[in-house]
Design a binder for this molecule. Structure first.
Ligand SMILES: Cc1cc2nc3c(=O)[nH]c(=O)nc-3n(C[C@H](O)[C@H](O)[C@H](O)COP(=O)(O)OP(=O)(O)OC[C@H]3O[C@@H](n4cnc5c(N)ncnc54)[C@H](O)[C@@H]3O)c2cc1C
Ligand code: SF4
Length: 492
């Protein structure tokens, strides 16, 4: 979309300006989002103008949702907020989540990033999303007519929510079942409030209610309602139960008190934020903490432990320290593994006071006189097989160890058993290229089928599974299907 008024050379004249964060010391004193409220709008037009409208928008290809990035960059650069919101909401049900939480593979694929700094695409997305709520552009869209078909969605993470919103808007009577007491999946009880304040999730759920989606929290399908019975009561069923089976660490001492799965720790901290408890029974306050793992979950544990006033926090990452810039093996436009300082690492002191020990493998846990965890034994991980290098073993005092080793799939899932669903070799629920599982009228979406992934993939799968369900129910569909189950990120 060419715009004669936009500064066509802004990518030369305007430097990339990231979103302004509050000072780390201020952030550690509360649980609010780390970014400075209102700081984005005054600068975002100039940032959007840095888009070259290059004609080969790899950013658009790298986004699983197929977000129309160059279009909204141009619109925001010239103040066309309403049109930008319409373009964004046409491809993304929940841009207020991705604008805050997506790792932005689109920016790694931005043509400007070949030899300069990428456009701040994620921030432009967030600015449009937040303004759309303020301006009333993101309002409920109830269906014009009902189809008379009933759909059950099991699981209320981003995949289940996106599927439900699409299906309700298409006129199907849609009910979301969630075993937890609140709706939202990992958006609710995994990701901490300093990265996503939960009123944003509540607002979205209210909008979905206003459109006609029904929510039934505190109902574990397979236990409280047999899955086959639920399937018989509706015309189609979407299984979006996530990948909730945590990987474990089978080393000596693993079962002693003081060692917990990261998700248990984060869920309890989120419950304090929800007002369910005054203090988490697993608080890090005054304790020396070791976090085992190198991903988002580990970083969230770090930020949480720092806010709980831990005495010390160390994070073991089994991988060697990644390079600062993309290496030859990770060429543009792939999303590279590079050294990143997350906001939690910044709060720990940044690279000057690095809380991470790279290439560290945990070999055992030691108990104190009271039988509780007192120390973690670790060693240098050999490159390649990651086994402990002989002679490098050390001990670090710790009263709390958090295992953030990822998730393997939905685990022993009654829903799958009762519906006779197949499980693949990686422990994921099997589905065909139309998201259809082995049982008739049953579909699988999100981490349950893809394995541990990202919010943007979960939303994309939710949209695509809704299209598959609509086609199953009506014989054809107008709903968009941005991804197939076999699609993955850009690779070299
Ligand atoms: C701590 C943490 C931080 C993360 N940070 C990021 C991030 O910054 N950016 C990003 O892109 N991704 C992040 N992720 C990954 C992202 O959250 C997931 O990929 C995404 O939530 C998957 O969505 P989903 O809908 O498939 O599953 P989930 O969000 O896992 O939702 C599945 C839901 O199904 C429910 N359920 C399961 N079984 C049943 C049943 N039998 N009956 C009823 N309900 C059931 C579960 O209780 C759960 O609420 C993070 C993950 C974690 C754990
Ligand atoms: S959803 Fe993620 S990949 Fe897509 S435009 Fe937004 S930040 Fe980029």
């Amino acid at each position: 979309m060419a715009d004669p008024q936009a500064d066509r050379m802004a990518f030369f004249t305007t430097p990339r300006r990231p979103r302004e964060r509050r000072a780390p010391q201020e952030r550690l004193g509360d649980w609010h989002e780390v970014y400075r409220e209102g700081a984005l709008l005054p600068v975002i037009g100039g940032q959007a103008a840095r888009c070259m409208d290059c004609g080969l928008p790899f950013c658009h290809r790298a986004c699983p949702l197929g977000n129309l990035i160059p279009d909204w960059n141009t619109l925001v650069a010239r103040g066309g907020w309403h049109s930008a919101a319409a373009r964004l909401l046409a491809t993304n049900n929940f841009p207020e989540f991705t604008g805050r939480l997506c790792p932005a593979p689109c920016e790694s694929a931005c043509v400007l990033a070949i030899d300069s700094d990428a456009v701040t695409i994620k921030n432009v997305e967030l600015a449009i999303a937040d303004r759309a709520w303020e301006d009333g552009d993101d309002r409920p869209q109830p269906p014009e007519r009902m189809t008379g078909r009933r759909v059950a969605v099991v699981g209320s993470g981003p995949a289940g929510l996106a599927a439900a919103q699409q299906l309700t808007r298409a006129g199907h009577t849609t009910t979301v079942y969630e075993r937890a007491d609140r709706i939202g999946g990992l958006l609710r009880y995994g990701i901490p409030p300093f990265r996503l304040e939960k009123h944003r999730l509540d607002r979205r759920i209210e909008q979905m209610r206003a459109e006609g989606t029904t929510f039934r929290a505190g109902v574990a399908v397979g236990r409280d309602v047999p899955a086959d019975e639920l399937r018989a009561r509706c015309d189609a069923l979407v299984v979006a139960v996530g990948a909730t089976a945590c990987r474990d660490l089978p080393v000596p001492g693993r079962r002693m008190p003081g060692i917990h799965q990261a998700i248990t720790y984060l869920t309890l901290a989120n419950r304090v934020d929800e007002g369910d408890r005054a203090v988490s029974p697993l608080t890090a306050e005054g304790r020396s903490v070791v976090i085992v793992g190198g991903g988002d979950t580990a970083a969230d544990c770090l930020g949480t432990a720092l806010r709980q006033r831990a005495a010390a926090v160390t994070q073991f990452d089994i991988n060697p320290r990644p390079p600062d810039r993309r290496s030859a093996g990770q060429p543009w436009p792939v999303h590279p593994k590079v050294y990143r300082v997350t906001t939690s690492h910044e709060e720990a002191g940044g690279s000057a006071a690095e809380p991470r020990v790279f290439a560290a493998t945990t070999v055992g846990f030691e108990a104190g006189a009271d039988g509780r965890l007192a120390a973690v034994r670790f060693a240098e991980a050999r490159p390649g097989d990651r086994r402990p290098r002989p002679g490098t073993e050390r001990t670090l005092p710790a009263e709390l160890a958090l295992l953030a080793l990822g998730f393997s799939g939905p685990g022993r899932c009654r829903v799958a058993r009762q519906l006779g669903l197949a499980v693949d070799r990686q422990g994921r629920l099997a589905r065909d290229e139309d998201f259809a599982a082995r049982a008739d009228g049953v579909f699988v979406a999100g981490d349950a089928g893809r394995g541990q992934s990202l919010i943007v993939w979960a939303i994309a799968e939710g949209r695509a599974v809704a299209a598959a369900v609509d086609r199953y129910l009506r014989g054809s569909t107008d709903l968009p299907a941005p991804v197939r189950p076999s699609d993955g990120p850009l690779t070299a």
